[in-house]
Design a protein around this ligand. Structure first.
Ligand SMILES: CC/C=C\C/C=C\C/C=C\C/C=C\C/C=C\CCCC(=O)SCCNC(=O)CCNC(=O)[C@H](O)C(C)(C)COP(=O)(O)OP(=O)(O)OC[C@H]1O[C@@H](n2cnc3c(N)ncnc32)[C@H](O)[C@@H]1OP(=O)(O)O
Ligand SMILES: Cc1cc2nc3c(=O)[nH]c(=O)nc-3n(C[C@H](O)[C@H](O)[C@H](O)COP(=O)(O)OP(=O)(O)OC[C@H]3O[C@@H](n4cnc5c(N)ncnc54)[C@H](O)[C@@H]3O)c2cc1C
Length: 593
């Protein structure tokens, strides 16, 4: 073949992206960052006067703002952000500048084409001193012409792995002046003469990130429940193969392997939903406390939100892929909805704090607790971490005849989290006694530190799931949810079995018992599976899936969907005769010679 077929017309592609752009779909929309990060920043970081000015206009959508923190060269390490905001006391303005190519703001959602304002994180300089990254509220584009203002270069960063209806953008400042009062001044301040007034806690400027991390937990629940719905419904109509010879093809949902692939994702989706509610309540309460001058819950909120964000996004990514793979070839089609849901969900493993970094943030918190435990201190009545101070049963009791409210299973998770946390703490101490500095010792323990966080988060997720199901009074619903709870708990036991078997806490026999409880739960869930997912009442529009249609008419609609593909507008595509037809003709001619 002389030339590859001409690439899809770029204009067409851009038009398609622009069209999708305004469908306000799951894959993002022009107001995503405005609503999810800019407004929370105004709520939590603007002082009263600034709120009076900016909040009504933001809520009224008189402008669109994004959250511009990440740069081409730095996303995780905020200390090394290069964008500068230098205070000029003569004019009482900050001068924003992007001194290097790597200081270009890169990734902020809706920055490329939609936003005309941004919360900009920049290193604050005043009176010759740098005070670290602080947020500024900066206008980027003219409110009437939407043209970039003087000194501002802005655009879209180009196609991505997913969420291509979101205009993630780049932004450069060339000595752009902005009024002193464009600095968010609720916590830190710069006075007219340039004096810096520090905040009561130097991380209060990070509250918008904490909000999204908390929101992501429920977001991951949503993704898991949506994709489990698609997989369950499709598996309930797809017939393939026989279990009993001659008895006719079965629904693939009757295969135990299919249930083992899909139902744990359903269970995890519920678990994440319940913990997502908890963490969002904790966030709201902590923000209220801060408004009343009480910052005591800030470390707990940060630690829990980081850990939950990292664990739920990772499990959601794995779970969505399991649901896709469980749906065979049609699961690989765009018609399934899986590519869309997956490519949106997995972004959360990276944005709002890359998962390894988040696990290690929670580990910092756990190491402080381990230090207190080793120093013989008593717990500070903090229900999230108190269990770490207590000595649990020396041996696993999960196979005891009667386990009230899964106490024995929860104590197994607590045992593993406690052991992992204390062992890695002891290792940290030992490495430093052997001469390593703290940072090097920390890095040499980082994998085990992440395991401690995962064990701690698993304990939290499981305990929250047990406690919330226990509160349900409607017995018919409760019994169905208890089947999912049973599956969740024993599935998690087998997922962390290495850690439970490693020190002899759990026996091989008990591991077999856990597997038996899983298979028992799968059997109990199977007859209710379709009703469970139907009860979520997702609209076909939001599932974006021919396989997951509520009416189950997959095959007719799969053909309709395929026929509507642009490729099928004509029987013979224009390029055929120009390339393939010509190639074959030439080949036939040659074969005649
Ligand atoms: C229907 C929809 C369904 C599904 C959709 C899916 C999900 C839905 C939900 C929402 C998503 C929707 C829209 C959003 C889309 C995209 C948004 C993405 C936006 C972004 O990505 S914004 C940029 C995010 N960037 C980051 O997260 C940066 C990560 N890095 C950091 O946070 C920091 O650098 C750090 C924490 C790693 C280190 O900070 P530092 O350098 O300042 O730390 P130090 O080492 O100096 O100090 C550590 C010290 O500080 C404490 N600390 C750190 N951070 C905080 C905090 N935020 N709060 C409180 N305390 C904090 C830390 O505990 C340490 O304390 P210690 O006592 O010293 O141990
Ligand atoms: C879809 C999407 C939307 C986004 N939206 C926004 C937005 O609206 N606004 C915004 O400001 N940003 C946004 N971001 C940027 C996002 O916040 C960053 O990508 C993220 O914080 C990670 O930073 P980075 O990409 O620079 O990776 P880096 O920080 O360079 O990290 C790269 C890798 O190095 C490793 N690593 C880095 N640091 C450590 C460490 N301390 N310990 C161990 N390992 C480490 C990790 O494996 C990490 O994956 C978005 C990103 C994506 C993908």
């Amino acid at each position: 073949m002389e030339h590859a077929p001409k690439a899809i017309d770029v204009t067409n592609d851009v038009e398609m992206r622009t069209f999708n752009f305004f469908t306000m779909g799951i894959d993002g929309h022009p107001l995503g960052l405005h609503l999810d990060m800019a407004i929370p920043t105004i709520l939590n970081n603007a002082d009263e006067e600034q709120q009076k000015d900016w909040l009504p206009k933001a809520a009224n959508r008189e402008f669109i703002a994004t959250y511009a923190q990440t740069e081409m060269g730095h996303g995780t390490n905020l200390k090394k952000l290069e964008t500068t905001a230098t205070y000029d006391p003569k004019t009482q303005e900050f001068v924003l500048n992007s001194p290097t190519i790597t200081s270009t703001k890169w990734w902020p959602g809706n920055l490329g084409k939609s936003s005309n304002y941004a919360v900009v994180m920049a290193q604050l300089y005043t009176q010759g001193k740098c005070h670290g990254a602080h947020p500024f509220f900066v206008q980027l584009r003219d409110l009437n012409t939407h043209k970039p203002l003087k000194g501002i270069t802005v655009g879209d960063i180009g196609p991505k792995f997913g969420m291509n209806t979101v205009d993630n953008g780049f932004l450069q400042f060339d000595h752009v002046r902005t009024p002193r009062r464009s600095m968010f001044m609720k916590h830190a301040k710069v006075l007219p003469d340039g004096r810096y007034v520090p905040p009561v806690h130097d991380k209060l400027n990070y509250s918008a990130m904490v909000f999204i991390r908390a929101a992501i937990v429920s977001g991951m629940a949503y993704h898991l429940l949506v994709t489990s719905t698609i997989a369950v419904r499709y598996s309930a109509i797809r017939r393939q193969g026989e279990i009993t010879p001659g008895a006719g093809e079965v629904k693939v949902l009757d295969y135990q392997t299919q249930q083992h692939r899909i139902f744990p994702q359903l269970a995890r989706g519920l678990a994440f939903r319940l913990s997502g509610q908890y963490i969002m309540k904790l966030y709201t309460q902590t923000m209220d406390d801060i408004r009343n001058g009480d910052i005591s819950a800030v470390p707990d909120l940060h630690a829990l939100s980081c850990g939950l964000k990292a664990v739920t996004t990772h499990h959601a990514a794995l779970g969505l892929e399991q649901c896709r793979m469980a749906c065979g070839g049609h699961g690989y089609s765009q018609a399934s909805g899986f590519p869309l849901h997956y490519s949106v969900a997995v972004g959360a493993c990276t944005y709002e704090g890359e998962n390894m970094v988040m696990l290690l943030q929670t580990a910092r918190h756990l190491m402080k607790i381990a230090k207190a435990i080793r120093a013989g201190q008593s717990p500070k009545s903090n229900k999230i971490v108190d269990y770490l101070f207590h000595k649990g049963p020396p041996k696993c009791l999960i196979d005891q005849a009667y386990d009230t409210n899964y106490r024995n299973v929860l104590e197994s998770f607590e045992h593993l989290a406690r052991r992992q946390t204390l062992e890695v703490y002891d290792k940290l101490v030992q490495l430093q006694q052997q001469g390593r500095n703290y940072e090097q010792a920390w890095n040499d323990c980082a994998v085990e530190l992440c395991k401690a966080t995962r064990a701690h988060v698993r304990t939290f997720l499981a305990r929250t799931f047990v406690e919330e199901i226990d509160k349900i009074s409607d017995l018919s619903i409760k019994s169905v949810l208890q089947d999912l709870l049973q599956l969740y708990l024993y599935y998690e036991v087998t997922e962390c079995a290495t850690g439970l078997l490693e020190d002899g806490f759990m026996t091989g026999q008990q591991h077999k018992y856990a597997k038996k409880k899983i298979y028992e739960a799968l059997e109990k869930i199977r007859p209710n599976a379709v009703s469970i997912v139907d009860s979520f009442d997702f609209q076909d529009r939001e599932l974006h899936s021919v396989l997951g249609r509520r009416d189950g008419n997959v095959y007719e609609n799969l053909l309709k969907w395929a026929q509507s593909s642009p490729l099928n507008k004509t029987d013979v595509l224009p390029f055929h005769h120009k390339y393939l037809g010509k190639m074959m003709e030439e080949a036939r001619q040659r074969s005649k010679i």
